[in-house]
Ligand binder design. Structure first.
Ligand code: MN
Length: 238
């Protein structure tokens, strides 16, 4: 797909998201994997896999499930630049995807399908995740493509956990709601970075929020010299 659509949808003078250069060839051996929890107009989890120099992306409204009997809807979205995996912060209201973004999980992935491009064309990609929250064997299965006219023109996939040692009935979206990078909840990211706290909080589990309200001193400390999550491009913009 490339990054044309990604760039067309965003105003990089306004949003702190990375502008991205061209799709980059692989420089390291391991392929990046990231899930960004995103409280936009609706809460969803953006599941991203590095492939061919970009992040292939799917929006998973309910987030991943560790239960192999649960199939989670995953709507394919535009490819994102590799730098996007580092982005946690606020997309300004009114911009595309406006809301709070959290790095919910990250790590690397390994294809189980021998030919990834063929698997993507066929609509069945088997993979192993090596994340901080998610691991083991998974599959993405394409269900159908929307007819172009009127629809979003987006292929619909299902994200399913395979049966293995990492499969459980645990609701990981509920039990592990914090950023793997900053350990913050969505509400804390919004509060510390000038986002819409109430809207962000509506994406956090109630139990975690209640704990914070009972003991506001427990708010995750903002590191004094933390790198700003606003991503600044050093590249000239096209
Ligand atoms: Mn999103």
């Amino acid at each position: 797909m490339g990054l044309t659509e990604y760039k067309r949808k965003r105003r990089f003078g306004v949003t702190p998201e990375p502008a991205g250069g061209a799709a980059r060839p692989r420089r390291k051996k391991a392929l990046a994997y990231v899930i960004q929890k995103h409280r936009a107009s609706r809460l969803h989890y953006d599941f991203r896999l590095e492939w061919n120099g970009v992040l292939l992306s799917w929006a998973v409204p309910k987030g991943p499930s560790l239960d192999p009997s649960v199939k989670r809807l995953a709507m394919q979205t535009e490819d994102h630049p590799l730098e996007y995996a580092e982005f946690e912060g606020i997309i300004p209201a009114g911009e595309y995807g406006g809301g709070t973004v959290m790095i919910w999980d990250r790590g690397t992935w390994t294809p189980e399908s021998p030919d990834v491009d063929a698997a993507l064309r066929k609509g069945e990609l088997k993979l192993t995740l090596h994340g901080e929250k998610l691991s083991g064997s998974w599959v993405l299965v394409r269900t159908r493509s929307y007819p172009g006219a009127g629809g979003a023109g987006r292929p619909t996939w299902l994200l399913i956990k395979h049966r293995d040692d990492a499969a459980t009935g645990e609701d990981i979206a509920d039990t592990a709601p914090r950023s793997v990078v900053s350990k913050r909840l969505l509400a804390e990211i919004a509060f510390q970075e000038g986002g819409d706290v109430a809207k962000a909080a509506s994406g956090d589990p109630e139990a975690a929020l209640r704990k914070l309200i009972r003991d506001p001193a427990a708010v995750t400390a903002q590191k004094r010299r933390r790198k700003p999550s606003v991503w600044k491009s050093s590249r000239a913009r096209s």
